[in-house]
Design a protein around this ligand. Structure first.
Ligand code: HEC
Ligand code: HEC
Length: 302
């Protein structure tokens, strides 16, 4: 309740809450005690022939219930947030309550995490309990991008296929998850003319066995050697240090059609894998990395 845009709303809420309580008390008090006229009589309201309203006072137990709700409201407003900006004596807030719950839960599983953290990543991947925990972490933190089955989609790599942009060794996977990755495929629209782009696109597609115009493929080979080999390697097998994909394996991150590869080359690509080190902490990264490693190393992991 500390986020009122100005003091007016703070005061408005305080006045409204207190005025409502006072008004409730006033209503109860003004209905209390003896009948104004001293005699039992009809109010003059009558419905359905025989249903009439008399001037009897409210039953005492009922009046007490009203008073109790007012006292409860006052105690509540002293203890908890509700009165404008006043945070309450107990200093309770939903954010505090949540972070305390998270802390308690973490404390409970911490010994378990620590046991796995000391183990080699491949051993962790072979432990069914650890894999189940890794899978839960994966589903909560990674599935929105890499898919629930971890097979990825356009722009989001498949994590089950043993084809790696940045390396599939346990430590490489862990580094990817902890620090994130930023791919830098530069745009070539300014460097190459339209013909050169078409040539190199046909050449790159031919590396995965897709057919094209032989003349273009021959010319594209030279364009590739001059402009692309620095990152993708002279043999186009890629470079895991910069995350340049292997262009010969028939696995496409963005797609293999001529239109898509042309777009990749002309406009460049900047795949972004967000860093998860701070969000998850070392122990959880360890578990989820083991899970991911296990996805493409199924015999070792089972
Ligand atoms: C500075 C390094 C660098 C250079 C130079 C470079 N690339 Fe790339 N390339 C990358 C990186 C990194 C990626 C991955 C992009 C991503 O993951 O978002 C990539 C991705 C690609 C892809 C997408 C592959 C897929 O699986 O969808 C193609 C195609 C490609 N490059 C072709 C080329 C061609 C052709 C050239 C030369 C004209 C070239 N690249 C030059 C770094 C480079
Ligand atoms: C916001 C989307 C997003 C989320 C969330 C995300 N990733 Fe990624 N991840 C990517 C993208 C995009 C890439 C490819 C980066 C590139 O193009 O170079 C990537 C790359 C990777 C790679 C490298 C794959 C390779 O071939 O080397 C691994 C491993 C990975 N992610 C694992 C994870 C794990 C585990 C999580 C959860 C803790 C996760 N990712 C969460 C988008 C995401």
């Amino acid at each position: 309740m500390s986020d009122f845009i100005n003091d007016f709303w703070n005061i408005y809420v305080v006045v409204l809450v207190i005025a409502s309580l006072l008004f409730c008390a006033f209503i109860i008090l003004s209905n209390k005690g003896a009948r104004p006229s001293g005699t039992v009589e009809l109010h003059g309201h009558q419905w359905d022939e025989t249903l009439a309203e008399w001037n009897n006072p409210l039953p005492r137990w009922w009046v007490w219930l009203f008073w109790i709700t007012i006292v409860f409201a006052i105690v509540y407003l002293i203890a908890y947030p509700g009165l404008g900006r006043f945070g309450g004596k107990l200093d309770w807030s939903s954010a505090n309550a949540y972070s305390k719950e998270v802390k308690d839960a973490d404390a409970k599983v911490a010994p378990l995490f620590e046991r796995y953290a000391k183990m080699d990543l491949k051993q962790v991947a072979a432990d069914p309990d650890a894999r189940a925990m890794g899978e839960r972490l994966y589903l909560n933190n990674c599935a929105q991008c890499h898919g629930t089955d971890a097979r990825g989609s356009r722009g989001f790599p498949n994590l089950t296929d043993a084809d790696w942009l940045y390396g599939g060794e346990p430590e490489a996977i862990k580094t990817t998850i902890t620090g994130g990755r930023n791919a830098m495929m530069p745009p070539f629209a300014a460097t190459l003319d339209g013909e050169q782009v078409r040539d190199v696109v046909q050449y790159v597609r031919s590396l995965s066995g897709l057919t094209g115009d032989n003349m273009r493929i021959q010319r594209g080979k030279d364009v590739f050697a001059t402009n692309c080999a620095a990152c993708h390697g002279a043999d186009a097998h890629g470079n895991q240090i910069v995350g340049a994909p292997n262009l010969t394996d028939g696995v496409w991150l963005y797609g293999s059609t001529e239109a898509i590869v042309t777009q990749t080359v002309s406009r460049g690509r900047n795949g972004h894998m967000p860093a998860h080190g701070e969000l998850l902490g070392d122990n959880k990264v360890h578990l989820v990395a083991a899970y991911v490693w296990g996805l493409s190393n199924t015999t070792a992991a089972k």
